[in-house]
Design a protein around this ligand. Structure first.
Ligand code: PLP
Length: 383
């Protein structure tokens, strides 16, 4: 065999090469004991890497971290209890008071709130920019410590030219962080485009089964060491062993799941574009930006005035109304509801989203069944 096996082959690799279990055991323990004084002392002095305490190190979590580092093509990974745990641990480890963070507009609402409610009051300057500015304005990141990016962005699905954005950042010594939850490493490998840090809400496609909330960060060993030294132990948002085991299980089927989401999304995109009730389809696909090689099942559409959106939502049989995405089940989120969310502003309220926009997360149901459902609901919603 020559060359590096494909991603699907690597994901199907048994956990252990020898005889015995092919999936990682769940190390459901808070601490790890040592055989003798010398071994304990060596670990405390940093002379051995034996697991010590599950807040910072656990073999089941390590199995998931290794798979994610391999998939994203990074040197190392560190997992967290949620996507927000991963994002906050990253931003708080890499930016300090007096620094400037440049963030893309339409970033995930709680990432936006993290910057506004935690980073800004700490004395971090935060600025927001349209996606294309990161590639097109070579001096946008002058004086910036961290560029926080999503591609595509939440709700409106706008993409960034990542190789150009990374090049611009490097010129000014800014670190780049990209939330790759939408594309997964199957469709986009940002580190290969020069991005420094990849973060994931593993609650989405990585898990794939809507039964886990988790997050992970992939980067160079040096950057991951900064998180392991500071924000993993001190903020303590560690991933639980059972959740890590579920994520390893989810990853085994990442490729076939993503292929099915993509096939259903392709069918929807083609047919939606032909409907007079649909004024815009927002669904980036292969070739829409450098480095993006596929389409996920999360897309947005904008509906003409003649469609009653609450009636459409209530007429759907297979689609459920609910937040999150990336699972086996199809979901919709009308932007009109997001725009009415209470509490600190979300990114949709701050940057503006059409109330005619509806986000669809296409699940693993039969594509024709989903389409028939959507088409009948659209008819029922005609005013
Ligand atoms: C793009 C994106 N990033 C991050 C998150 C946060 O992840 P979690 O809910 O796992 O904390 C979400 C959650 O919906 C998301 O959509």
């Amino acid at each position: 065999m020559t060359g590096r096996p494909s991603l699907a082959t690597r994901l199907a690799k048994p956990w252990s090469d020898g005889a015995g279990p092919i999936t990682p055991p769940i190390h459901q323990t808070s601490l790890f004991a040592f055989d003798d004084y010398a071994a304990f002392e060596a670990r405390m002095m940093g002379q051995s890497a034996e697991p010590l305490y599950s807040r910072v190190q656990n073999p089941t979590v390590a199995a998931f971290e290794q798979m994610m580092a391999d998939l994203e093509g990074g040197e190392a990974a560190v997992a967290f209890a949620s996507g927000m745990g991963a994002i906050s641990a990253t931003v708080l480890a890499l930016a300090k008071p007096g620094d400037r963070v440049a963030c893309v507009e339409h970033v995930y609402p709680d990432s936006y709130r993290l910057l506004e409610r935690v980073l800004r009051p700490m004395g971090v300057e935060v600025t927001y920019h349209p996606p294309q500015a990161f590639a097109e304005d070579p001096d946008l990141l002058k004086g910036v410590t961290l560029a926080y990016l999503e591609s595509p962005t939440s709700m409106v699905m706008e993409v960034i030219d990542l190789p150009r954005a990374a090049e611009n950042a490097r010129r000014h010594g800014a670190l780049t962080v990209l939330d790759n939850s939408w594309a997964t490493p199957l469709h986009q490998r940002p580190l290969e485009s020069g991005i420094d840090v990849v973060v994931h809400s593993a609650s989405k496609y990585i898990s794939g089964h809507s039964d886990t909330v988790a997050g992970v960060v992939v980067a160079s060993s040096q950057l991951i060491a900064r998180l392991r030294d500071l924000t993993l132990p001190l903020l303590g948002a560690k991933l639980a062993p059972f959740e890590a085991w579920l994520l390893v299980r989810g990853l085994r089927t990442l490729v076939p799941r993503m292929r099915m989401h993509e096939a259903t999304a392709n069918l929807f995109v083609d047919r939606l574009a032909a409907l007079p009730q649909v004024t815009r389809v927002r669904s980036p696909g292969p070739n829409s930006t450098p480095g993006l090689s596929g389409r996920s099942g999360l897309l947005s559409i904008e509906l003409a005035e003649g469609v009653d959106i609450p009636r459409l939502a209530d007429a759907l049989q297979h689609f459920r109304l609910g937040v999150s995405w990336g699972g086996f089940e199809s979901l919709i989120v009308p932007a009109a509801i997001t725009l009415r969310q209470s509490g600190e502003k979300n990114a949709a309220q701050r940057f503006g989203v059409s109330p005619r926009l509806v986000r669809l997360s296409l699940g693993l149901e039969d594509a024709e069944d989903l389409w028939a459902d959507f088409a009948q609901a659209l008819e029922a919603a005609a005013t």
